[in-house]
Design a protein around this ligand. Structure first.
Ligand code: NAG
Ligand code: NAG
Ligand code: NAG
Ligand code: NAG
Ligand code: NAG
Length: 677
């Protein structure tokens, strides 16, 4: 693609002006944003109710929370709601112990593995004991080795620079850089027999801690899953309906996604005790192995539990068979005030505002579906099973999926999206006042912030957008206020923390409901879908140029990719212009279908090599970091592989993967053009 010409820029500007001045229902949209429609007290009440008790997936408390969500959907009137249940494999801790023998002659220390109760929360004792979801059961022992963040490069440094042999050791690593399941996987690959992951004060703590400050208390533990896949491990690729086909426990263990060695999460305080055993160090560079010995025991039970997705539907008036889907999960490791119920409170606020709009006569053009997922924490299970259950319907009818998980943990707006939605998010952020600054909009604050209004991408496995984007190819958005927060997945992520530190007046929650709700309303009501594929082409071009800069050698040729991106750029310009002249419901519909289906073209039925469930060739996780959101995951994997093997065939495979992505992008431009070859 050449630099956009002045003419192209003019055309883009005109098409935006056109796109957003023809909204048929602007009156309703501004009412949706008005203060008479929004209610911080009701958001706070929703959050307080949802977070009263710890409500892990499969628990009675979580079933009660589902009833609450459904009752709000129902009382928002007019929203047809139902519950979709699945029967899925979950794990709970039965036995945990961790014993440290600092030196051969010293007395063993048995860790309590308990988070200290703070305040007088009567339900604190209902919190699940600290553990890793789907951790391997077993008793192991070995000398301790410190592996920093447990990344591939951390282990490479241990092996190649420091000369440490990890085989037979128990690794201690700290949270904070990569997905915990990848820490365990990386340690296993180096020969470790067990893993302990701790919360380092340097990353999550401070001199003061909750309830005096927002920091993690010394006894706080980040619970979480270590499973690397998506969905119920016993039903890979199909829905976990009652009586369905299921893999045996042995088959699940043999799948590449299960961890092979036991692991436990521990607190900052326990981590410090373990790190002190490394001798002859200044404290900054503990390594091992030993002299400390860790005996780690974890026994979990696997159960088939019932989970519940609560679904609310507002049927579209003109195009009921086109779906705009909003989603958030409900299940939490403990109280879940930030993760995920700030998002649930936002979803319920949106439901209530849409209820009010309906009462004064508004009906959406397209169908809006509100989804409250279960068992996200274990492996994005509720959303994944539902997507697998409804794949063909979603593939042919879903316009977009809008996700909100940790809606609020502090100030500062962050958004991630597939790029055709970038412009719409920015426009919505321009309509809503920054909850932390009365003199400007969210957009102005966002542009002025350290991330300068950058929009992240959805290649990681971080939340429920993953099955929609990565399995089916549905355009998606994920938004939040505040980024990382120290009490993540601990017992202290509760209503008190939110009230004191996360959102003292609940204005951020209200603002989030406004932005996300407005994005949903425009997608549901605009005559033309507010998608712009020019930003998609630019984004792809950046990734392709990054790839080119890597100078891979081995006659790797990136030009097919650049050429297909140029075609996409042209097709995106053409459809933006075409929109201006089109008249007639059928023609509008036909053009919208092209906009909707272009994203699907970026998926491939064979999926990523060796990871067939992942169909999207542009957005998917990288193999060694599930949080990593790289472009062209198949190409990245192939490069990793070729660098290791350095054979002719492995480099040819890199070229093959580049061709595959190029073809997918070419198909996306065919879809936008609406022409057969
Ligand atoms: C592991 O150790 C615990 C006690 O620490 C014991 O109850 C359990 O039976 C042991 N399991 C195995 C498989 O050895
Ligand atoms: C590491 O230790 C294990 C067991 O002691 C041994 O089998 C392996 O060869 C060692 N690896 C290296 C690279 O020295
Ligand atoms: C730890 O495990 C080893 C090997 O099973 C055993 O010899 C040792 O006694 C255990 N230490 C403690 C303190 O339980
Ligand atoms: C609020 O925005 C104004 C610009 O409109 C800026 O000057 C001011 O520093 C901001 N205040 C805060 C607290 O960020
Ligand atoms: C809602 O906002 C108002 C100020 O706009 C504030 O006085 C009130 O305390 C807030 N309500 C809650 C529950 O935080």
């Amino acid at each position: 693609m050449s630099k956009p010409t002045a003419l192209a820029i003019l055309i883009i500007a005109l098409s935006y002006a056109f796109l957003f001045s023809t909204s048929p229902k602007p009156h309703y949209h501004s009412l949706f944003l008005s203060s008479s429609f929004s209610d911080n007290a009701s958001v706070a009440l929703h959050l307080r109710t949802l977070t009263l008790r710890p409500h892990v997936a499969g628990s009675l408390a979580n079933a009660e929370a589902a009833d609450y969500v459904r009752s709000v959907f129902t009382s928002s009137n007019l929203i047809k709601s139902h519950v979709v249940t699945y029967h899925v494999s979950l794990t709970y801790p039965i036995h945990r112990s961790l014993i440290l023998t600092p030196t051969e002659s010293s007395k063993a220390i048995t860790f309590k593995l308990e988070q200290e109760q703070i305040g007088d929360n009567p339900y604190a004792n209902e919190a699940i004991p600290t553990f890793h979801g789907y951790a391997k059961s077993g008793n192991v022992s070995g000398p301790v080795v410190y592996a920093n963040y447990g990344r591939v490069e951390d282990f490479a440094r241990l092996r190649d620079e420091i000369g440490v042999n990890v085989t037979g050791s128990v690794v201690i690593a700290r949270y904070g850089e990569i997905f915990r399941g990848d820490i365990v996987k990386n340690a296993y690959r180096e020969g470790a027999v067990g893993v302990v992951i701790y919360t380092d004060k340097r990353d999550y703590g401070g001199d003061e801690w909750f309830p005096a400050s927002r920091s993690m208390p010394p006894s706080g533990v980040q619970v979480g899953t270590v499973y690397n896949g998506l969905g119920d491990p016993t039903t890979p690729g199909w829905a976990s309906v009652d009586g369905c086909e299921r893999l045996s426990e042995e088959a699940v263990e043999l799948s590449g996604d299960a961890t092979r060695i036991p692991s436990l999460p521990v607190s900052a305080a326990d981590g410090e005790v373990i790190l002190k055993t490394f001798v002859g160090e200044d404290g900054d560079n503990p390594v091992g192995p030993g002299p400390g010995i860790l005996n780690l025991s974890y026994i979990g039970e696997t159960v088939i539990a019932q989970i519940e997705n609560v679904i609310g539907v507002i049927e579209g008036e003109e195009e009921p068979d086109r779906f705009v889907i909003l989603g958030n999960h409900r299940d939490a490791w403990t109280f879940g005030a930030v993760d995920p119920n700030s998002g649930t409170a936002v979803l319920l606020e949106i439901a209530e505002r849409l209820g009010k709009l309906q009462r004064i006569g508004w009906k959406p053009r397209r169908t809006i579906i509100l989804c409250n997922w279960d068992a996200e924490e274990y492996a994005l299970i509720g959303s994944t099973e539902w997507v697998e259950d409804n794949r063909e319907m979603l593939s042919s009818r879903a316009v977009a999926y809008l996700n909100v998980d940790c809606a609020v943990s502090g100030p500062g707006f962050y958004a991630s999206a597939t790029p055709q939605l970038d412009e719409l998010i920015k426009l919505a952020a321009q309509e809503v006042q920054d909850p932390d600054n009365a003199t400007q909009t969210i957009y102005e604050s966002w542009i002025g912030s350290s991330n300068s209004g950058a929009i992240g991408r959805l290649g990681g496995g971080g939340s429920d957008y993953a099955p929609f984007v990565q399995h089916v190819g549905i355009p998606a958005v994920d938004v939040r206020f505040g980024k990382d927060y120290p009490v993540y997945h601990s017992m202290y992520d509760d209503f008190t923390w939110m009230e004191k530190f996360g959102d003292p007046m609940f204005h951020r929650h209200v603002a989030m409901a406004s932005v996300l709700g407005l994005v949903a309303l425009r997608l549901a009501d605009e005559e033309f879908l507010p998608f712009n594929y020019i930003s998609y082409a630019s984004e792809l071009k950046k990734s392709a140029e990054d790839l080119e800069k890597e100078k891979l050698g081995h006659s790797i040729d990136v030009s097919p990719l650049l050429k297909s991106i140029e075609n996409l750029f042209t097709a995106a310009q053409e459809i933006n212009i075409e929109k201006e002249a089109i008249k007639g419901a059928m023609k509008v519909r036909e053009l919208n279908d092209r906009l909707m289906m272009a994203e699907r073209a970026l998926t491939d039925r064979d999926g990523l090599s060796g990871r067939q469930w992942y169909k999207h060739l542009v957005y998917g996780p990288s193999k060694y970091d599930d949080y990593g959101s790289k472009s062209f995951p198949g190409v990245d994997d192939a490069i990793d592989n070729a660098r290791r093997l350095n054979t002719k065939a492995s480099w040819e495979h890199v070229q093959h993967q580049i061709w595959r992505v190029s073809r997918a992008i070419k198909h996306a431009s065919f879809v936008l053009k609406g022409e057969l070859t």
